[in-house]
Design a protein around this ligand. Structure first.
Ligand SMILES: [Mg+2]
Length: 327
């Protein structure tokens, strides 16, 4: 069967830059893919690259889409290069979206961790999300001094009601001493900290392993496992902590599912600031994974990032309308 293939680039400026150890991120660029079959039914997918995590750049993704023919067959997908993981994810998703023809579903806020801004703004903002039912709050650390960051997080913990939990994400920006200070702090706060994410850079695997045995607070890997190959390598080297999965830049969702079904690791499905199109693909993926092992409790998904964007029509799940926004 042949399908009509179209794509449209998008650009979204964050309401305020996302500040992490990787720097300041101002604009999210990506591509929306559309596939239409002979009966006029359409499916949508998204390419959302994250080059500082090792994926292709936006320009490489755009160049790839530009050289694709306007008529595609589903045989075109498996032959993609591993150097284009975000394109692979987008293309596989667009075929799946067209074939399955599922209506968009929303994620209960209790199952969705929300990314707070840093510092005073976290203190000013958490309440609106708590009222909407969010219970997991994520904060970026490793940007300022340990003392300054602990200071505002102490204040935040002082305000958060019972039942709220923090995820701290250092984006690989700590040294071993700072990582220990943070893990001591986390252990002192016990159940209120869900995990510490990527305290050290990916090349510090042995130290990460050692820390994970030494402290009660679980450690999650993210930058270390940005591709499916890296994820498998860490699994086979014995990582039994948490895996943060940015599926949008991990290539084939089918291969990811295959791995997970074989080895049901402790996973957090996480956003790379997709539009509603990519977000739906991630929710579907999470549902597919959970359906196989319904008895295993799952962590809240790391998908609470839409509030970082202005109201530009790309967070809606009316796909034809969203497509028109990009015209
Ligand atoms: Mg992270």
């Amino acid at each position: 069967m042949a399908y009509r293939f179209e794509f449209r680039p998008y650009q979204r400026r964050f309401r305020q830059p996302v500040r992490t150890h990787h720097g300041e991120w101002q604009v999210r660029q990506g591509l929306i893919l559309k596939l239409t079959d002979e009966n006029g039914h359409s499916g949508y997918g998204e390419v959302a690259p994250l080059p500082w995590f090792g994926s292709e750049t936006f320009d490489q993704a755009l160049a790839f889409c530009q050289q694709l023919p306007s008529q595609l067959s589903d045989q075109a997908v498996p032959s993609l290069l591993p150097t284009l993981p975000a394109c692979q994810f987008g293309l596989e998703s667009v075929f799946a979206n067209l074939e399955r023809r599922l209506s968009p579903i929303d994620l209960p806020n209790a199952q969705c961790g929300v990314l707070l801004p840093r510092g005073q703004e976290a203190l000013d903002n958490w309440q609106q999300f708590w009222k909407k039912g969010h219970r997991i709050f994520k904060c970026k650390i490793g940007v300022d001094s340990v003392a300054a960051e602990m200071d505002w997080l102490e204040q935040l913990l002082g305000q958060l009601p019972f039942g709220a939990k923090l995820r701290l994400d250092a984006n690989g920006g700590l040294n071993e001493l700072a990582a220990r200070q943070w893990l001591d702090w986390c252990d002192r706060n016990g159940q209120r900290i869900e995990f510490l994410e990527q305290p050290l850079p990916p090349n510090a695997f042995d130290t990460l392993m050692r820390l994970s045995y030494r402290y009660r607070t679980p450690i999650a890997l993210d930058e270390s496992i940005a591709s499916l190959e890296q994820l498998k390598a860490h699994f086979h080297r014995g990582w039994d902590g948490i895996y943060v999965i940015k599926a949008s830049i991990m290539g084939s969702p089918h291969r990811l599912q295959h791995f997970y079904h074989k080895y049901p690791i402790d996973v957090v499905i996480s956003s790379v600031f997709e539009t509603a199109v990519g977000r739906q693909a991630l929710i579907r993926l999470a549902i597919d994974l959970a359906m196989v092992y319904p008895d295993i409790p799952h962590r809240a998904l790391g998908l609470g990032t839409q509030q970082w964007f202005p109201n530009d029509g790309l967070s809606q799940t009316d796909w034809p309308q969203l497509w028109q926004q990009l015209d």
